[in-house]
Design a protein around this ligand. Sequence first.
Ligand code: 2M8
Ligand code: MG
Ligand code: MG
Length: 268
Amino acid sequence: YVLFTDLDGTLLDLHTGEAGPAAEALRALKERGIPVVFASAKTRAEQEVLRGALGVEDPFIVENGGAIFLPEGYFPQKPEGAKVREGYWVLELGLPYGEIRRRLKQAEARLGSPLVGYGDLSAEEVARRTGLGLEAARWAKAREYDETLFLEEPVEEALKALEAEGLRWSHGGRFYHAHGPNDKGQAVRLLKELYQRFWGPVVAVGLGDSANDRPLLEAVDLAALVERPEGGWHPLDLPGLWRVPGVGPEGFARAASALLEGRWGEVR
Ligand code: 2M8
Ligand code: MG
Ligand code: MG
């Protein structure tokens, strides 16, 4: 097994950012040699902090599939096309942040009203609008492949303006994101192929909570949604999808134990 998981609202409580019971589940998975791959809208900087705190040492997918970071030497050979950077092999699937920002400015001109993203705001302002602490807001602002936007409803015109500039968008549970042609699913598929090439056949397991997890859940062999804080599951429908009881990290922990105990999908 290789477990691919979303962070906010899945491994982490959507509001407090705490892993709670999921921290223990991560230890159990590690003990059994099951890699846990974070697949999130969060930046490399944000994920590095979490990896440190939670003792996770596997590859990770940043900014809605913008890039895959593999610790250098994780596989016996550097994957084709990977760049060596700061102790990582990096597979880039997205557009550079600077290019996204440039296209957003063009989309703004097309739209005739501002498209406000993290790059337009101070860390203090990002902290205020997201509820992140100031330091965490700085890590969230360290974007490389995706811009988080504060859009006001109705969003249709704004999203059309992004598309007209060749950008794609996703919704991360709280915010809209503008990015290149990437999504979490492409990154998951590519990384699964690498695991299979170097380790042999693997069963890919995926956990998520919201709309931007659809591509991830479609890319795996066993998919599950955890509950949302408002109760119930995101209205996603996929064949074989397991709707795990338990909000965020509670659901994560339950799904992880089920996997380890060979009773995946049994609790409803
Ligand atoms: C944004 O991502 C979340 C999902 O993970 C969202 O869109 O709801 C990103 O800016 C991320 O980097 C940041 O940590 C998070 C804070 O809530 O918001
Ligand atoms: Mg989420
Ligand atoms: Mg996410």
